[in-house]
Design a protein. Structure first.
Length: 94
């Protein structure tokens, strides 16, 4: 384990997972686990499922769909911002 990494325990669907993450990523990983657990709970209530594999599959599909939906938009915005920064740097150099 490197100096910038720590061990954490993450609980998803009532199972604990020991992970090594960068210290700077710990909060994001914990937020992601919380989001997954909240969505599992929501699906469990809405669809009356008890099997965690089914619930996890539904949550994975839901979150993956969001990623696929917004990833191209984020890439476009990044490209646009880089272009604008390049244009602005021309003025700063002159």
């Amino acid at each position: 384990m490197r100096e910038d990494e720590i061990r954490i325990n993450v609980t998803i669907a009532e199972r604990s997972y020991r992970m090594v993450v960068k210290k700077t990523d710990e909060e994001k990983v914990m937020q992601a686990a919380t989001m997954i657990n909240e969505r599992i709970k929501s699906h469990k209530q809405a669809y009356d499922y008890r099997d965690y594999q089914d619930l996890l599959s539904m949550v994975c599909l839901q979150l993956s769909t969001l990623t696929v939906k917004y990833e191209p938009d984020a890439a476009y915005k990044e490209k646009y911002l880089c272009q604008k920064l390049d244009e602005a740097s021309v003025f700063l150099i002159d």
